[in-house]
Design a protein around this ligand. Structure first.
Ligand code: AMP
Length: 378
């Protein structure tokens, strides 16, 4: 099946055409600066026109069978990918307040496709869906129940498409049936999240009500004492200013000044103390969470690294592993340095927990999920 995968952000639209039979990427691209003037597309409709124009030659040769959308927030309703119709689009729109930066753009992407190709089957694949198996003790905050009932304030978790894909590949690599597979999966990109996998399902994850909770990220603070927000507000900062501070100016960028892991590792090696401290905080906090999730799953069969940093930064993996001595984790120095696009083991044979690197491919996962839903509903 030929699937156009759409990942719309507030001002950008990433796309890929995937052949789900051969797993070939037939075309891909990025339209950015949507709605920012300066000659960029005025809205997501215009951006879709640009995508269609870019794909024209490709689509004449072989038309599309379906479009799959990455949708960030599926709320409590969506626990799996769904075929989109008007009611589903409105239901996704009703979740806008829970993901104000993301879901409105996803809805615009869906509406742009509907306007352009009204008969095209469309499927929504949700970032939150894989975490719908979290037990209540993992998803509830210790705040009055009314906050949950009135506003839906609870932990949802994100990066689910990536965690699910990587978990499946890791179980395969380990030769363990998915339903018996326990693991701790670390998605370390610009966004960072850790998921506790028990019997192939997500039983805890570090992102919560929004993707701000949890670990130190490229520009996000992760966990901090909530009183800091109240303190800053009393110092005169507005809600928007605090939002920007914690989402865009914190994390590695806030600590070091740049969120590119390569720059941080190089600077630390050259003796830059801010870079050293940033690496120490990020790796220390990650190691603590890994220890916690190893307990949560009753003993992980594997620790799995994925995404930009997890797949590519041997230095950061080594730093995290060096803090996991109490779990008996030992990397193989040489295997950890191998650069490869494939899933691989990077731990020493006598490591108490095997450590894997499994490249993620959210577009492949979305294309496969889309094809499965369309085939089922055909
Ligand atoms: P992602 O969000 O998955 O695209 O990951 C982005 C992060 O991966 C950034 O912090 C990059 O610095 C990091 N990254 C990408 N390539 C490398 C590399 N070769 N070595 C270290 N970090 C990398």
């Amino acid at each position: 099946m030929r699937v156009l995968v759409i990942n719309s952000g507030s001002s950008s639209l990433k796309y890929q055409v995937r052949d789900t039979d051969t797993n070939e990427v037939a075309a891909s691209g990025l339209i950015d600066r949507i709605g920012e003037g300066a000659g960029g597309p005025a809205d997501h409709g215009e951006a879709m026109d640009l995508v269609a124009a870019a794909l024209e030659g490709e689509l004449v040769q072989k038309p599309l069978d379906a479009v799959g959308h990455r949708v960030v927030h599926g709320g409590e309703r969506f626990s799996e990918p769904v075929r989109i119709n008007n009611e589903i689009t409105r239901a996704i729109e009703r979740l806008n307040p829970l993901a104000p930066l993301h879901n409105p753009a996803n809805v615009l992407g869906i509406r742009a496709i509907t306007a352009k190709w009204p008969d095209m089957p469309q499927v929504a694949v949700f970032d939150t869906a894989f975490h719908r198996t979290l037990p209540e003790h993992a998803w509830r905050y210790a705040v009055p129940d009314s906050l949950y009932r009135q506003y839906g304030i609870r932990r949802y978790g994100f990066h689910g498409t990536s965690h699910e894909f990587v978990t499946g590949r890791a179980a395969e690599l380990m030769g363990v049936p998915l339903t018996d597979f326990n693991a701790v999966v670390a998605h370390l990109g610009n966004g960072v999240s850790l998921t506790a996998i028990q019997g192939g399902a997500s039983v805890d994850t570090s992102m919560g009500f929004t993707p701000l909770e949890g670990l130190v990220m490229g520009t996000r603070s992760g966990d901090i004492d909530p009183s800091i927000l109240i303190f800053l507000q009393r110092q005169g900062m507005s809600a928007d200013e605090i939002d920007t501070l914690l989402n865009r100016e914190s994390g590695l960028k806030g600590l070091f000044g740049d969120n590119d892991m390569r720059a941080i590792v190089d600077a630390a090696a050259a003796g830059n103390s801010k870079a050293r401290v940033a690496l120490d905080i990020a790796s220390y906090r990650l190691a603590k969470y890994i220890g916690g999730y190893h307990v949560a799953v009753g003993g992980a069969h594997a620790l799995v690294f994925t995404a930009g940093i997890g797949e590519n930064s041997a230095d950061f993996r080594a730093l995290v592993a060096s803090r996991l001595g109490a779990l008996g984790v030992k990397l193989d120095g040489e295997a950890n340095l191998v650069r490869s696009g494939g899933p691989r083991v990077v731990s020493a044979p006598d490591s108490a927990i095997p450590v894997l690197v499994v490249p993620t491919d959210e577009e492949q996962a979305i294309a496969e999920a889309t094809a499965a839903v369309v085939q089922r509903s055909a």
